[in-house]
Design a protein around this ligand. Structure first.
Ligand SMILES: [Zn+2]
Length: 113
């Protein structure tokens, strides 16, 4: 992003916490993400920008939010079958916690629409 566009984005964006995982700016490095990726024609306009921590931004990569939801839903269905097969209760608990996080993320994206 060009320096001027970045400055404008920083003024208009809430850069205090990550939109996906809610980590705060003092816990993680914050980045500006293009909801619709630049590589797919997304623009530097404020409504296409959001604050994500570096980890979430790397995970999102060049996916649009629609693609991300599809990926996360696929991930959740994989975890459900892992729980069905699994016998270790600790393992199941861990997987359920991870699933809860992804379900929250999907809900969050649904609410934005
Ligand atoms: Zn994050």
């Amino acid at each position: 992003m060009k320096a001027k566009a970045k400055q404008n984005a920083l003024k208009g964006l809430n850069m205090t916490k990550c939109k996906y995982c809610w980590k705060k700016a003092d816990e993680a490095r914050m980045t500006i993400d293009h909801k619709h990726p630049k590589i797919k024609g997304g623009q530097d306009k404020l409504k296409n920008l959001q604050c994500l921590c570096n980890d979430c931004n790397v995970e999102k990569g060049s996916h649009s939010e629609g693609e991300l939801k599809v990926l996360w839903r696929w991930f959740l269905s994989m975890q459900k079958s892992r729980i069905k097969r699994g016998k270790n209760p600790m393992f199941k608990k861990e997987i359920r916690e991870i699933m809860g996080l992804y379900e929250e993320r999907i809900n969050l994206l649904d609410k934005q629409k």
